[in-house]
Ligand binder design. Structure first.
Ligand code: ADP
Ligand code: ADP
Length: 223
């Protein structure tokens, strides 16, 4: 089953002085449960592709289809609801809210989706326990390690049971050992829940974790 598909995807950034062709006709299909890497040099278009797949930005030309549906037809409110429920994001920097506890941070997407507070608390606690952060529920982000923060960010990305998780250099800020543990965790969650993962990275150490590796060069997806 194909979860998301891009059809002849182009992205051209226009600046005052210049036009940058960041994606040049990318065709990509991601299947349910697939755990893949997107590799390429800095500036090759990885972040741009993840942004378009994540419906955070619009293509210049071409389409992004979720289970065959063109989401560009949705209005911005419906699109935001879709994104919150169906797509999880993990970034190089965790973007946890420092004023909230780890538990509260992970509850946020559930509350945004209209879940009752008591139910959100129960679900977030359960997932944090699965992820091995059960002992950090009432800590705040600045009180825990970099690896733990990234695990919390992964819990937040997964809490609404998304179809797909898009991760942009999720280990870019971590040492080798922590990188391996964060990747193992993502792989474990992929197996447990059948969630599709696409991880943009230029770290070759991650290759051994992946089912598929997509290479991108100057905006062109190589096969
Ligand atoms: P990567 O994630 O592989 O480093 P990006 O998708 O960030 O690559 O960038 C692809 C190309 O698009 C680069 O040449 C980059 O400078 C350019 N680019 C990215 N975002 C913008 C933007 N908002 N405005 C103009 N150019 C951009
Ligand atoms: P069990 O461990 O009893 O088999 P599950 O693995 O189905 O139960 O769910 C355990 C926890 O993981 C629950 O809090 C549930 O909300 C959460 N969960 C279930 N499916 C997903 C999913 N696809 N992505 C993220 N979290 C999930």
């Amino acid at each position: 089953e194909i979860i998301v598909e891009t059809v002849n995807l182009w992205k051209v950034y226009e600046t005052e002085t210049d036009k940058v062709k960041a994606l040049k006709g990318v065709n990509l299909k991601l299947r349910k449960g697939e755990f893949s890497l997107l590799m390429g040099a800095s500036g090759s278009g990885k972040s741009t592709l993840l942004h378009l797949l994540g419906t955070l930005d619009k293509p210049t030309e071409g389409k992004v289809l979720y289970k065959g549906k063109d989401l560009s037809l949705l209005n911005s409110k419906k699109l935001a609801t879709f994104r919150n429920k169906k797509i999880g994001f993990v970034f190089q920097f965790h973007y946890l809210i420092n004023e909230l506890t780890i538990l509260e941070n992970v509850m946020v997407p559930l509350l945004l989706a209209g879940e009752k507070k008591s139910e959100a608390k129960k679900k977030a606690t359960e997932l944090l326990q699965i992820i091995g952060l059960g002992y950090r529920l009432s800590h705040r982000p600045f009180e825990i390690s970099g690896g733990e923060k990234q695990r919390a960010a992964i819990a937040r990305a997964l809490i609404n049971s998304p179809e797909i998780v898009l991760a942009d250099e999720p280990t870019g800020n971590l040492d080798t050992e922590t990188t391996a543990s964060v990747l193992s965790l993502m792989r474990e969650l992929n197996k447990k829940f059948g969630t599709t993962f696409l991880i943009a990275t230029h770290n070759k150490d991650l290759e051994k974790f992946a089912d598929n590796i997509y290479f991108i060069k100057d905006g062109i997806l190589l096969n």
